[in-house]
Design a protein. Structure first.
Length: 428
């Protein structure tokens, strides 16, 4: 099928999906950091299927693990232990950023892993209320959409009335109108206020992304999460780190984003890069919390042997090739180049992020900070036309999300930023 035929069938037989670009771009092949469309044109991928393809497309060692396991044992369900599931769980216990030992529950997606984390917290604490953050995104089920605090992503209304939202640590658009250098991280204290005024005072958990992905790569100040963690623990609640986008070395130098803040979570939620594109969700909890989870529970496809073998191979490659360190080094280079674009283009209001997870918020005016979603859409289109794939997000649709594979080089960053430079200039 050619591009037009694929798009016609996409519109005819699928629903509820929002593809990028005025004319959707069908891909037929991926190799390393490159994608190829149905017309044979190649694109440098700096979004990785929404911060997912950490090792690049079709990584040979991952494919070898997949093929070997697919020829050995493909499925038995969680009713029966397998070697791949216990090997991966053992490895995740080793690198869990909270108190050890830790135990895992495997599912098929980040959404399912979020559901499992909230259920685990509620079972352990025998409480129901959960505090999340405005601008956060946690998935597309009824519960995870209730946790999400973006109107556009809360389809069908809010379904879980026991969820409360505190202010986001969105320094560029501070909800209190304060300055980062003098605010005393006032937004962190709002978590305590929300607990005191909108809950029973006995919440089950607090959940947040270390960097708010769909929110536009909102990056809290370093002191934010330690203050919040202290508040959470004073109320005997559990701390859940949503590492769906920030995990597996993405933020640089550490396995998980929450480690950048020196906070030990009770539960982490992982997905995306753990499978390098293979469907996976993992909820990892310290053993005391995990052991509270009792009852009749199965996951038909969670812990699938092929998926487990793939994920173990991904973790091994990240560790062996020191890709978290590459995220630090090349991510630093990326950040400097983006800050250079900010100096050159008044359209760029702020550059933020960590490692190989960087965002540029586009504004019509730097003083008023009026969002520029049309400019973001045009930049996205122009970058694509010049052979570069990046992402877009934020509550106002005005943030460019840049998250190349962890194997990216400084030279490839330079190539990508040249295209971004031209795309921003084209809008101006």
């Amino acid at each position: 099928m050619n591009k037009a035929e694929i798009n016609e069938k996409y519109r005819k037989y699928l629903y509820g999906l929002s593809p990028y670009y005025e004319e959707p771009l069908p891909f037929v092949r991926g190799e390393g950091k490159w994608l190829q469309d149905a017309d044979g044109r190649r694109y440098l991928d700096f979004f990785g299927g929404i911060v997912t393809v950490a090792l690049g497309h079709c990584e040979p060692r991952v494919l070898a693990a997949l093929e070997k396991q697919a020829r050995t044992l493909q499925h038995v369900s969680t009713l029966f232990p397998t070697i791949p599931i216990v090997e991966l769980a053992e490895k995740l216990s080793e690198i869990f950023p909270g108190d050890k030992p830790a135990k895992s529950f495997f599912t098929n997606s980040g959404t399912e892993a979020i559901e499992t984390a909230i259920l685990t917290a509620r079972v352990h604490t025998q409480r129901t209320e959960v505090v999340a953050l405005r601008h956060g995104y946690h998935g597309r089920s009824m519960l995870s959409m209730s946790l999400t605090a973006h109107a556009n992503w809360r389809l069908g209304g809010v379904h879980d009335g026991s969820i409360r939202h505190a202010m986001a640590p969105y320094c560029y658009r501070c909800p209190l109108g304060l300055k980062p250098e003098s605010c005393g991280t006032a937004c962190a204290q709002d978590v305590a206020e929300v607990i005191r005024t909108t809950t029973s005072g006995r919440p089950a958990a607090f959940i947040a992304e270390p960097i708010m992905g769909v929110g536009g790569f909102i990056t809290p100040p370093k002191e934010y999460f330690p203050i919040v963690a202290d508040i959470v623990r004073r109320h005997d609640a559990l701390y859940i780190a949503d590492e769906v986008q920030t995990g597996w070395g993405r933020t640089g130098g550490k396995w998980f984003g929450i480690e950048q803040y020196g906070v030990k979570p009770d539960i982490i939620v992982a997905a995306k890069s753990l499978g390098n594109g293979h469907p996976i969700g993992a909820t990892v909890a310290r053993a005391e919390v995990a052991d509270s989870f009792k009852g009749s529970t199965i996951a038909t496809f969670g812990g699938n042997p092929v998926t487990m073998a793939v994920c173990r191979a991904v973790v091994d490659v990240i560790e062996k090739d020191r890709l978290a360190d590459n995220a630090t080094v090349v991510g630093g280079h990326l950040r400097k180049r983006l800050e250079g674009l900010a100096e050159k283009h008044p359209l760029v209001g702020e550059v933020r992020g960590m490692g190989l997870m960087q965002g540029m918020e586009l504004v019509k005016d730097r003083k008023t900070k009026e969002p520029a979603p049309q400019a973001a859409a045009a930049t996205l289109e122009s970058a694509k036309d010049h052979g570069l794939i990046v992402g877009k997000g934020g509550l106002y649709g005005n943030v460019m999300r840049i998250a190349p594979p962890l194997v990216v080089s400084a030279a490839e960053v330079d190539d990508a930023l040249k295209i971004l430079d031209e795309s921003l200039a084209g809008w101006a």
